[in-house]
Write a protein of this length. Sequence first.
Length: 215
Amino acid sequence: MLMTDDMIRSAVHEGNLQIHDFDDSCLHPATYDARLGEEAITSSFREKINPSNKGLFTIPAGDFALVTTHEKFKLSASVAGHIGLRSHYSKKGLSLLSGPQIDPGFNGVLVVGLSNLSPRDVTIPYKERFCTLEFYKLAEPASVLYHGEYQNQKGISPRDLENLVEAQGMTFGQVIKLLGDLSLNVKSLSDSVTFLKWAIPVAFAIIAILIAVIR
């Protein structure tokens, strides 16, 4: 059963769903919006940064990024979650690439993968609501709780960093820049050809006139 706002409040109050730094303004009729947290990294820069230092985080055009949520979540055996991207950022060209399921028993911050598919940089202010979570009340408690590698995660893991650093080849953003530079070069060449198509006949005409005058 999809939990409504009142059901989410009750679950938080009863401890079946823990949301560290819960903000009632992030609660909607059937969702809770998570905010941009204290760690982020992009595939081009490849070093962790804290968005709170500048008050924002920018994902270059074509880049992939990992970001953490400001909130920490703990789900009981009777609650599961689903994560999605807010439509505000989908319309800007961002795509959420993380696994959508949050299993019962999960505890920690969420590390969310974002890909900027637009030709422009996309900026997310620190603590801005960027992803939305649905919570489900299970018909009966799960018999086995989540105990995977992301349990109790506090931020972007060394494994996440290793995967980014070891990634080979050009990033999508670099490809876009290369194509943009190539387009400019082609336009420049096209302009030069257009000029020559006009200048060469004029030059021949001037030479013909000079020859006629000399004779």
